[in-house]
Design a binder for this molecule. Structure first.
Ligand code: SAH
Ligand code: SF4
Length: 350
């Protein structure tokens, strides 16, 4: 990989250091930051308010871009766009843009692959290539922000639910959030960002202490240890009781609602028993459950739950006063589930 620092990896202070090191006034850093995060330029050369010599020096010193589209797909209904990006080495990440009614949600990857091996997840089935940097996270967001900007539209929500486990790459993810919410630049509202974790307990505690406004979602998918362990290997390390304690700690510390993710898999985790166990876990907690019918993947035999079973399951939660939503699967025809496109690309390459 090239050794030059990458613009989007830099903090504002680091960029200022580079610019003053080039014997330029520090206000130029603010201008460069604005050009990159507000004007969505594609190179230093396009920064029209920056002197030509500084543009040339910056091009010499820094990499402007790390991600290049490898595959670009639009769902048949035109509302979901998914891009598989090549990174400077041979690794790849997927990013999805969903645009329904007034929301423009980008689903961002936080690692190239994932080491945690959840059985039903295409990313988990492919393993981890590497951690990505904060700049590589940020550039996925900017890519879609720029595309929307061309149509005088803008991103409304960001979810860290693409490839990878955000809390296994904690520092880079938090740095990316700092950059994206920086009021001198992209200025994205922390309340419109959601980080999803499979349940890395120490990091949930740490995240609770950060005192930012970012939302937290936890991938639960099962309410008993035996079942959860068979689907999410991380449950051996952080069993449900430990995980739920961390979730309660998060809610108490932050006074914020927590979300739980549950992929409904026919005959696996959609029984009335599981629903009742789930009620026991969540009773009294400020939370919301998001259900999603399983997205089929190559390496997992299960299928999505039948509507009747979904209804019964949700009725049990509703009876106990636990708010929940059934999310619609988006972009199924373009393999929009996380990690599915890389799986396809690797199949073609083989
Ligand atoms: N690693 C994080 C975030 C990325 S996965 C996590 O696990 O939470 C984002 C969400 O998609 C998680 O809730 C994950 O369990 C879910 N998911 C993964 N594969 C899926 C599939 N085949 N069908 C439905 N949801 C899936
Ligand atoms: Fe990793 Fe999340 Fe997929 Fe599990 S569901 S393998 S943690 S990306």
């Amino acid at each position: 990989m090239t050794k030059k620092p990458f613009l989007f990896d830099l903090t504002f202070e680091e960029l200022t250091g580079i610019i003053t090191g080039l014997r330029e006034p520090s206000y130029r850093a603010k201008q460069v930051w604005e050009q990159a995060y507000r004007m969505f330029v594609s190179s230093f050369d396009e920064m029209s308010n920056i002197p030509v010599k500084l543009r040339a020096n910056l091009t010499e010193e820094l990499n402007f871009s790390h991600i290049t589209p490898h595959t670009d797909l639009l769902s048949s209904d035109g509302h979901t766009r998914k891009i598989l990006f090549d990174l400077p080495d041979s690794s790849q990440v997927e990013t999805v843009l969903m645009g329904y009614s007034v929301r423009r949600t980008a689903c961002i990857s936080t690692q190239a692959g994932c080491a945690l091996g959840c059985t039903f997840c295409a990313t988990g089935q492919g393993g981890l290539q590497r951690n990505i940097t904060s700049g590589e996270i940020v550039e996925q967001v900017l890519f879609f922000a720029k595309e929307l900007n061309k149509k005088e539209d803008r991103l409304t929500n960001l979810v860290f639910m693409g490839m990878g486990e955000p809390f296994a790459n904690y520092n880079e993810v938090m740095k990316a959030i700092d950059t994206l919410t920086d009021s001198r630049g992209f200025n994205f509202g922390a309340r419109r960002i959601t980080v999803s974790t499979v349940g890395i307990v120490p990091m949930i505690h740490r995240f609770a202490e950060t005192n930012n406004q970012v939302n937290l979602a936890v991938s639960l998918h099962a309410a008993t240890d035996e079942l959860r362990e068979s689907m999410l290997p991380i449950n051996k390390r952080y069993p449900i009781e430990v995980l739920m304690n961390a979730c309660r700690d998060y809610v108490n510390t932050t006074n914020r609602r927590i979300s739980f993710e549950w992929a409904l898999i026919d005959g696996v985790n959609d029984s009335a028993d599981q629903a009742r166990e789930l009620v026991k876990l969540l009773k009294g907690m400020t939370c919301h459950v998001n259900f999603i019918p399983l997205n089929p993947t190559r390496g997992f035999k299960g299928s999505e739950s039948l509507q009747k079973r979904i209804d019964t399951f949700r009725n049990i939660l509703e009876g106990a006063g636990i708010p929940n939503t059934l999310r619609i699967r988006r972009g199924i025809d373009i393999n929009a589930g996380c990690g599915q496109l890389r799986q396809e690309a690797q199949k073609v390459q083989k």
